[in-house]
Design a protein around this ligand. Structure first.
Ligand SMILES: NC(=O)c1ccc[n+]([C@@H]2O[C@H](COP(=O)([O-])OP(=O)(O)OC[C@H]3O[C@@H](n4cnc5c(N)ncnc54)[C@H](O)[C@@H]3O)[C@@H](O)[C@H]2O)c1
Length: 390
């Protein structure tokens, strides 16, 4: 299969490129290196130093003997995107090329607008390009479990639900209630894709993925093949951030009461799931919604797990709940339907507790690099006030 990855330079994009290329697929990727620059903008950097994309591609050739084609391009530029799609005529396009930080989207009006313009434009450009080139191309769009929020009902894997209002029944898109501009941009993306599916019959897998954690996949067998790893308060997701706090001797910092519960997935299992979804596309013209999570924990339970693992490695670790900078429920119901991936053969291989140990072990050699970024770990971006001392 020929796969085009939009956002190939990112945390998920790079390991997916390696996985697909290793499985014999032809891989082409586009990235405008936005995340690299935006992480620096908030005073942080990837925990692991990153080679340039061109160097990455040549390391992949040398170490794994795989070919990956890279284009530095902005998916917001319709004509550039379209030219690349026309040139390669991929069978599937993975769309990761979005601004993906909730706190970043809450910094101020410019960051909110950037998030909407980047994320919605990139998705609309993709829709219009494949309508022109071949509407049968499978779009694998990465959404987020955060689109649903934390409803007091089960989160089902279906685009529509039936409702009854004043005695009349109809179907409406599955209700969503996001909790940051970033998450809202993903909701609107999903509705735009669902509508494009109804209009043009485009084949879509819209993945609702939980936060991803981890440093390793089967293909990352050398430091030169590492993917980026973010840990600061703007770009770091909770498990990865706690692991860096542990390595730096900082307290682990659950926000508020720490009862916020989410479905998580390791980097390796995310790669397994994405590969299965690409290799088993939906029927032509189908819009398939998939919930991509493995283990469900509260952020307090994760802090306790990191503490336990860190202490087993000889670290001294405290947990210090901090004022929650976000507007979100700190105690709530959470039940997610996950039938589609298991039906395709998804068998998660990683447990969070085991992976936490590997993350910490992988970070320890980079401790002095991490020391430079200590001040950007504690929360500064407040949902109501924006980012203080930007
Ligand atoms: N990492 C997670 O925990 C997680 C969880 C759920 C969903 N997601 C979603 O998965 C996708 C990938 O996430 P990630 O963690 O790899 O993020 P990332 O920021 O590391 O990767 C995204 C890549 O897309 C690129 N990009 C952004 N806008 C672009 C544009 N206009 N043109 C070209 N390239 C552009 C960035 O430079 C970056 O390399 C995102 O859409 C994110 O919202 C991530």
């Amino acid at each position: 299969m020929k796969v085009l990855i939009l956002g190939i330079d990112g945390y998920l994009g790079w390991p997916l490129a390696l996985r697909l290329a290793k499985r014999g697929h032809e891989v082409i990727g586009i990235d405008n290196l936005y995340t690299r620059n935006a992480v620096k903008e908030v005073g942080s950097d990837s925990a692991f130093p990153l080679p340039d994309p061109e160097e990455r591609v040549s390391f992949a050739k040398k170490i794994l003997d795989v070919d990956i084609t890279f284009y530095k391009a902005d998916v917001k530029d319709f004509y550039k995107l379209h030219e690349i799609i026309q040139r390669h005529k991929p069978d599937a396009i993975v769309h990761f090329a979005e601004q993906r930080s909730a706190p970043y989207s809450m910094i101020d009006v410019d960051h909110a607008n950037y998030t909407f313009i980047n994320n919605l434009t990139s998705t609309i450009n993709l829709i219009y390009s494949i309508i022109k080139v071949d509407p049968n191309v499978h779009i694998l769009k990465m959404g987020t479990m955060g689109e649903y929020g934390t409803p007091n009902y089960d989160i089902l894997e279906r685009p529509f639900v039936e409702v009854e209002i004043n005695g009349k029944k109809d179907k409406i898109p599955f209700p969503k209630w996001a909790s940051s501009w970033y998450h809202w941009s993903k909701v609107y993306d999903s509705y735009n894709l669902l509508w494009a599916n109804q209009v043009w019959g485009i084949t879509i897998t819209d993945i609702m993925q939980g936060p991803v954690y981890g440093t390793r996949t089967e293909e990352i067998i050398d430091d030169k093949l590492r993917t980026r790893f973010d840990f600061d308060e703007v770009w770091g997701t909770v498990v990865n951030r706690y692991c860096v706090e542990a390595v730096l001797g900082l307290p682990l910092t659950p926000y508020g009461k720490g009862g916020q519960t989410r479905g998580f997935i390791s980097l390796e299992d995310s790669m397994q799931a994405l590969t299965l979804l690409l290799e088993n596309p939906p029927k032509q013209g189908e819009y398939r919604v998939v919930n991509q999570i493995h283990e469900v924990y509260s952020v307090m339970q994760i802090a306790q797990m990191v503490k336990e693992v860190g202490e087993s490695l000889g670290m001294k670790i405290n947990i210090q709940n901090v004022k929650n900078p976000r507007i979100e429920k700190e105690e709530h119901y959470y039940n997610v339907e996950t039938n589609i991936l298991p039906s395709l053969g998804f068998r998660p291989k990683k447990k969070m507790k085991d992976e936490i140990k590997f993350i910490i072990e992988d970070l320890i050699p980079f401790k002095s690099r991490l020391e430079n970024f200590k001040r950007v770990v504690m929360p500064k971006t407040d949902w109501r006030k924006g980012r203080e001392n930007k």
